[in-house]
Design a protein around this ligand. Sequence first.
Ligand code: 6CM
Length: 253
Amino acid sequence: TVPVSTIVSKSNDDNSENNGKHRLTDDVERIVQEHLQYVREDVSNGWDLIHQDGEMKVYRREVEENGIVVDPLKCFHTIKGVTGHEICRYFWEFQYRMEWETTLDSTKIIEALDPDTVIFFQLHKRVWPAAQRDSCFWSHIRCISNSDEDQPTWLVVNYTTPHPLAPIKSPQVRLVANVALICETIISEPPLNPKDIKRENIQCKLTYVAFVNPGGWVPSAALRGVAKREYPRFLKRFTSYVVEQTRNKPILF
Ligand code: 6CM
């Protein structure tokens, strides 16, 4: 849950009289479903493996729109000792963000739409020689149960949206992001009693996908260099952070 003091505004929509719906409910649903389809598509055609480190694999497809690099990115990783819920929770929750995000100057929640959907405004660290970027996106966390026996899939989607509390102010440039983190929990040699499951019995299979448009021209080679360096760094740092944070805590299924 988000501490109330960090929320700049609550949704103007009266969710209690609207079956919990808000103005972005349909968009959230559409984009979540798109990601659930897209995550199944494999990377055998047209994707380059740009980084591999143990279980971590980072792929990208080189795509330009009007001379701007918008390369889609797809990463796979397996992390021992944590659940998909834990990975998604630490990715979504505001209070942990600045502990693992090294590419931000600041982050804040400008609106809470419902208990699982908030709107973030973030200032990204400037990368010379490009102008500083900012971003404004809804961020949604969800648990999808597959069957009674299987562990549920957890997912977080971050998707750019405009907001009156986050006007675009030159010289900053607004980047456009569509990011998803989709996680499954695997339990190996499950003990008869689920209460006896230990961290050594669990691992998380993670897929992270990103479509980012830098929102204005950036030298292609420089941007591709930054992406090749920064996405693996993010995955490594973020997942190690969650492992450290949860090591001595009860397992969050
Ligand atoms: O997904 C990540 N972080 C989330 C929480 O902050 C959120 C962020 C989305 C935006 C990611 C865009 C970064 C790209 C910035 C490019 C700026 C232009 C540089 C010009 C270079 C010459 O979903 C983790 C994001 C990890 C990014 C490496």
